[in-house]
Design a protein around this ligand. Structure first.
Ligand code: 0L1
Ligand code: MG
Length: 238
């Protein structure tokens, strides 16, 4: 795949995000043979374009980490993307629907790192040791693809549908915190729409962060002190 095509796909997806405009999946016509490896190269171009615009990375994020989500999307492996500074909204702030195509919300546990973590071979226990705090988070995903219809390479190229994040109150890391037993509910207009627990994220959210570190190691990247990392959805998106 040429660098020109990678950049064309990334520019197209970025324009859709900025113009709040949906598109058919890129594998439909623009890149029918896009592989997972190539899709991450497109994502890298997209990330670079955002950095060139002066945005900064809050942290990478894991997506498609729950069995429910994998089944819903009909795929079999988790993916990663990046959360940027302009995606973060204060707790209790309002987010305008005009800035979004067709948002869905996810309840997640975010990890604020107190030290760098570098793979490969990092176990979940190392992730827990390196974490300074946990932060409850609502991720608002907003695929650029019409009706959320995409293949795995499409969604990877589209930065794992990243759009907005609202962080709650930071909870300093206590080693006895049982994140797998921690519950969450999504309530929309006083109606409980979904519920779940940390165990839905690959058995324990730290497993997802460990998997992320080990995936990033393949391209020579590490997780850095101060980054805030979404570990994945606890339940089906609403
Ligand atoms: O953060 C996520 O789990 C989203 C991954 C992308 C899948 C989707 O758009 O539903
Ligand atoms: Mg998510």
């Amino acid at each position: 795949m040429t660098t020109t095509l990678q950049k064309d796909l990334a520019s197209h997806l970025l324009a859709c995000e900025e113009n709040v405009q949906d598109t058919v999946k890129v594998t439909k016509e623009m890149a029918p043979d896009l592989t997972i490896e190539e899709a991450y190269l497109v994502q890298e171009q997209l990330v670079q374009m955002k950095l060139d615009k002066g945005l900064t990375i809050v942290g990478p994020k894991m997506g498609l980490t729950s069995k429910a989500k994998l089944t819903q999307m009909n795929v079999d492996e988790p993916i990663y993307g990046y959360v940027f500074s302009n995606m973060v909204h204060d707790n209790k702030s309002e987010v305008s629907m005009k800035e979004l195509i067709h948002p869905k919300v996810e309840a997640e546990i975010a990890f604020e790192l107190g030290e760098d973590i570098e793979g490969p071979g990092v176990p979940a226990a190392d992730v827990m040791r390196a974490t300074a705090a946990f932060i409850p988070a609502v991720e608002i995903i907003d695929s650029r693809y019409k009706n959320f219809e995409f293949t795995l390479p499409d969604v990877i190229a589209d930065n794992a549908s990243s759009s907005k994040v609202v962080f709650g109150e930071r909870v300093p890391n206590q080693q006895d915190l049982e994140l797998d037993l921690l519950g969450a509910t999504i309530t929309i207009n006083d109606e409980v729409k979904a519920g779940g627990a940390g165990a839905a994220v690959l058995g324990h959210p730290a497993n997802a962060i460990a998997m992320l570190v080990n995936m990033l190691a393949k391209k020579g990247e590490k997780l850095k002190k101060g980054q805030i990392i979404l570990s994945g959805q606890l339940l089906k998106p609403s």
